[in-house]
Design a binder for this molecule. Structure first.
Ligand code: CAA
Length: 261
């Protein structure tokens, strides 16, 4: 990361191979204005290109993860502007990250905030987290995956209820529905997220990327195509040093020494 780069709406730190992006726009509960999202895209590009970064963590400061797209910015926009500029499409950068990304949802994750969390690979939540797709209350619908990723995550009836009513759910309910994988007391959220991030960061990066690609494709391909892709990626792992090292280390009852090769 370019030394000394400061961001208007983000705090960016690194810790042991983990790149941490903290949404920090306190006056608007980290609402995802254009500037914030373009800063995030820039940081993700840098982390992706940086060999020292193996895993990313996305979290929010204060009582919000993110309270959604910036409503005040959207008020004056016209159909022509959002359609011709393909508004929100560049947010997909987060979903297209090759390195693993963990969302640590500390508070409100509403609208675009919930959608952003769902673009990450794993969602950990604090017991203060609140999820929802309240766009219906604004006379619009989710525009960054809330009708698609949410439905795949929690099923049609649950997703339909949230999207049509605009109701919010708390962390335990989100856990029960399968939206988040674990819930922690808020003071432990970052510690637990970092523990997971460091364990993942200790694995072979190209193999992590194969695993991530295979799981993500399960959301898009038929079962036959998905199983075929998985098999080919599994076969590809045999072309790596790290596959041989991992299995040899098991046989020799020692820890593997992965080289990302
Ligand atoms: N955009 C712009 N500003 C926002 C915002 C948003 N999404 N959410 C909160 N803010 C601002 C508020 O306007 C307020 O600013 P002012 O003090 O200048 O008025 C400040 O953040 C603090 O917010 P509140 O006073 O409302 O805080 P609260 O604790 O009373 O309520 C909340 C918290 C329930 C999250 C409430 O702020 C809220 O409902 N926010 C909007 C949530 C929402 O509708 N999100 C969906 C946005 S649309 C979208 O995301 C489209 C998409 O699919 C991508």
């Amino acid at each position: 990361l370019s030394t000394g780069t400061t961001y208007e709406n983000l705090q960016v730190t690194r810790d042991d191979g983990v790149g941490i992006i903290t949404l920090h726009r306190p006056k608007a509960l980290n609402a995802l204005c254009d500037k914030l999202m373009s800063e995030m895209t820039q940081v993700i590009d840098e982390f992706e290109a940086d060999n020292d970064i193996r895993v990313m963590v996305l979290t929010g400061s204060g009582k919000a993860f993110a309270a959604g797209a910036d409503i005040k910015e959207m008020v004056p926009r016209t159909f022509q502007e959002v359609y011709q500029g393909n508004f929100l499409s560049f947010w997909d950068r987060v979903a297209h990250t090759k390195k693993p990304v963990i969302a640590a949802v500390n508070g409100f994750a509403l609208g675009g905030g919930c959608e952003l969390a769902m673009m990450c690979d794993i969602i950990y939540a604090s017991d203060k987290a609140v999820f929802g797709q309240p766009e219906i209350n604004l006379g619009t619908i989710p525009g960054a995956g809330g009708t698609q990723r949410l439905t795949r995550a929690i099923g049609k009836s649950n997703a339909m209820e949230l999207v049509l009513s605009g109701d919010k759910i708390k962390a335990d309910e989100a856990k029960q529905m399968g939206l988040v994988s674990k819930v922690f007391p808020s003071e432990n959220l970052m510690d637990e997220t970092m523990k997971l991030a460091r364990r993942i960061a200790a694995q072979s990066l190209p193999i992590l990327q194969m695993a991530k690609e295979a799981v993500n494709k399960s959301q898009e391909l038929s079962l036959q195509e998905g199983l075929h892709l998985e098999k080919r990626l599994f076969h590809s792992s045999f072309a790596t040093h790290d596959r041989k090292e991992g299995m040899t280390a098991f046989q020799e009852k020692r820890k593997p020494n992965f080289k990302d090769e």
